[in-house]
Design a protein around this ligand. Sequence first.
Ligand SMILES: NC(=O)c1ccc[n+]([C@@H]2O[C@H](COP(=O)([O-])OP(=O)(O)OC[C@H]3O[C@@H](n4cnc5c(N)ncnc54)[C@H](O)[C@@H]3O)[C@@H](O)[C@H]2O)c1
Length: 277
Amino acid sequence: MDNQNFRDLDNKVALITGAQRGVGLATAIRLARGGAKVVMADLPNVDIASAAATVAQHGEVSHHGVDIADEASVKDLIAFTLDTYGRLDILDNNAARQGLREDVDVLSMEQAVWDSVFAVNARGTMLMCKHGITAMSQSGGGSIINISSGTALAGNLYQTAYACTKGAINTLTKYIATQYASVGIRCNALALGLIETEKLKESLPQEMRDLYTSYKLIPRLGKPEDIAEMVAFLGSDRTPWITGQIYGVDGGFFAKAPQVTGEVKMMQDMQLSVGGE
Ligand SMILES: NC(=O)c1ccc[n+]([C@@H]2O[C@H](COP(=O)([O-])OP(=O)(O)OC[C@H]3O[C@@H](n4cnc5c(N)ncnc54)[C@H](O)[C@@H]3O)[C@@H](O)[C@H]2O)c1
């Protein structure tokens, strides 16, 4: 997908958390290409400057350290954004604490693990919204995109804390949409399927990749650019009537009923049409 000349975000100021790599970095590139001035934020101890140099090849960008779990740090990031660009139009709440080995089933859950994941993903996203809304409302409103996950939409055997934080983000999205529509703020969430970031490419065995792919209606894993495109769409002026929604961006993973073993054979025996035949 080449959006090199697709300037749908001219005159917008966008703030992306967790922008140093993966989905956040791809989103920074897409928003900069679209004409937005982009503030890339990530934890103070990561090399956000190198990532920002990459994005600078595509448009105007600044960067700033933040720990979204810490309210003072969030306030400082919003102040930096306003000092640098004078306004905030798009807030992409992308940062997350994920993939912890200790984040398992409920009986094995350590309180400290639960709390640390909630501190970043749930509290952090709420704090970013809180201070982002204050900034956005000063210039007539804006669009918040909260990055959620399909893990919040159905049960699983592991990553309980992470999935529950994404459930909290889905609910927060509807509350913010409800509470701040009157000041011109839209808020939507994206429930991502498995995205093939560089990190995932290194760690996902081929067998697992094949298994996940086999469940997608569109038979591939997601690309960071798939998500970046949705963020650009929801952040743009093309979606003024869309708020309070949770969009699955997952290759159709949750659109299809699970097929139990033998079901296809049974349907064929009943002479029903299977898979479009
Ligand atoms: N990759 C996937 O398959 C997938 C699937 C579903 C949902 N998601 C969601 O998409 C988003 C991006 O995923 P990714 O795979 O690119 O993530 P990633 O783990 O590669 O990057 C997350 C970024 O967030 C930053 N971060 C972590 N804690 C932070 C904090 N306290 N303050 C500021 N920054 C912090 C990290 O430093 C990192 O740069 C996340 O919200 C994730 O939950 C990803």
